[in-house]
Design a protein around this ligand. Structure first.
Ligand code: FES
Length: 101
């Protein structure tokens, strides 16, 4: 869900950006973060806790908590709440601490 109307704010959408999430084609808009685009598409679970593998989603949304870490273009531990979408990027759910290639 995206906010489209607000009494005092305007939302200028950038161009459409295409990316994949766990192999599924997805779309967002230029200027959005990965986590925001996933959230708008109904994806609420971004990561799992390290020990008990409990679902994690948006928490701080400012890059301070690591609740949204995912694998982006093969790089683990990317905080998707502060990483902007780029055309063609691949985003994957991360299990555990992530492996550095
Ligand atoms: S939600 Fe806290 S770092 Fe992304």
């Amino acid at each position: 869900m995206r906010i489209t109307q607000h009494p005092i704010l305007t939302f200028d959408r950038g161009k459409e950006i295409h990316f994949t999430f766990n192999g599924r084609p997805m779309k967002g808009y230029e200027g959005e973060t990965i986590a925001a685009a996933l959230h708008a598409a109904g994806v609420k679970v971004l990561a799992k806790s390290l020990e008990k593998h409990r679902p994690r989603g948006f928490y701080c949304a400012i890059g301070h908590c690591a609740s949204c870490q995912m694998i982006v273009d093969g790089e683990p531990n990317v905080r998707t709440c502060i990483t902007l979408l780029r055309e063609g990027m691949t985003v994957e759910t991360q299990e555990g601490k992530g492996r550095i290639k």
